[in-house]
Design a protein around this ligand. Structure first.
Ligand code: SAM
Length: 333
């Protein structure tokens, strides 16, 4: 069974934000100053997330990703991983993390049933890392990457948000780093999501420019790979690095949107189901759940929400028209 929206897209992928808190303050993700965090009462409990996760999987979701904020900050996350990973119809449970805390728990996560991790890393230069993240320590991320590889969380994917005059000169060095360590690198265009995302729109580098800049010297071009990865419905286009078996992906939400094949939705840490990253539509699942809604009633709300999934986002129309209601950290980027 799977859920279909009114444009015939099968919705099979859910990203779940388990917290809005983060131990980094990336300037394109979080606005400066103290973030407005949900109170303890506003946050879904782990039991509530596990219940909703089970219902989503019953409805046909077969890939779940835990994200945030920084998911490794959520206490007892391992319990949630174990609960979700045990759902028989779930094909894959994965996690997006900044890896600061990963060296302590990579093996435990793997043993609990986590299949793989995506790690955010925008630069290999400690000073640039500290600047982007407003004080983060690069060495801890590198230790986290090593731990993920060592724990067998395969493949380890690295997400690099490419920003003009910040890290765009590091594209070739990041490719070399990924090849050397057996990582799958994905370049990401900045998205005008939230106040911080809107603020970084002027640093936008398009996918086409990223491809052009990936070629340093004769031998290092990117050759498009014919078969899309991730079941054909993932947002990344993949390229093989000339002279190597390694591949890199490019996620171009703005310059070449992939809404026609969008198979995903998001659950915020407050229990709102968000149908499109670039839209305002959301459905509150927490209140009815706390008011005693049955599994069948919650499933009907989810089905109805899926039917209302918007056809496409509007990032490409202009940054000022994009969502500024959400910050990526609250949405579960
Ligand atoms: N804390 C985790 C991490 O660092 O990976 C998970 C949450 S973070 C919001 C998820 C991803 O969203 C990161 O890879 C980050 O680079 C990306 N992201 C945040 N704001 C973005 C923006 N404005 N444009 C593109 N990607 C963004």
């Amino acid at each position: 069974m799977s859920m279909e929206d009114s444009y015939g897209r099968a919705i099979r992928y859910l990203r779940v934000s388990v917290t809005d808190r983060c131990n980094l303050r990336c300037d394109y993700c979080r606005p400066a100053g103290e973030p407005l965090l949900p109170t303890h009462q506003e946050l879904l409990t782990l039991e509530e997330i596990a219940r909703l996760g089970r219902l989503f999987v019953d409805l046909g979701i077969d890939r779940l990703r835990l994200t945030g904020g920084e998911p490794l900050l959520r206490r007892n996350l391992i319990w949630l991983v174990r609960e979700l990973a045990a759902l028989p119809s779930l094909r894959e449970l994965s996690l997006t993390t900044n890896a600061l805390l990963l060296d302590r728990c990579a093996t435990e996560l793997k043993q609990a049933g986590l299949a793989r991790v995506n790690i955010s890393l925008d630069t290999l230069d400690p000073a640039t890392f500290a600047r982007i993240t407003r004080g983060g320590e690069l060495s801890r991320v590198l230790a986290g990457i090593e731990a993920a590889v060592g724990a067998g969380l395969k493949p380890v994917k690295i997400n690099m948000v490419v920003m003009r005059e910040v890290n765009d000169h590091e594209i070739p060095a990041m490719i070399d780093f990924a090849v050397q360590h057996g990582l799958v690198l994905r370049f990401i265009e900045t998205m005008p999501v939230g106040r911080a995302g809107l603020g970084s729109a002027h640093r936008f580098v398009s996918a086409d420019e990223i491809v052009a800049r990936a070629c340093h010297g004769e031998e290092k071009g990117l050759i498009p790979v014919a078969n899309p990865r991730e079941g054909g419905a993932g947002p990344a286009r993949y390229f093989r690095i000339a002279g190597s078996a390694a591949e890199v992906g490019i996620i171009s939400a703005r310059s070449r949107h992939f809404c026609d094949t969008c198979n995903r939705m998001r659950l915020t840490s407050r229990g709102e189901l968000v149908l499109c990253l670039g839209g305002m539509d959301q459905v509150d699942l927490k209140t009815p759940m706390r008011d005693g809604a049955s599994d069948a009633e919650l499933c009907e709300m989810i089905r109805q929400a899926v039917r209302n999934k918007p056809r496409q986002h509007h990032f490409q129309v202009g940054a000022e028209e994009a969502s500024s209601l959400w910050d990526m950290s609250g949405l579960g980027g």
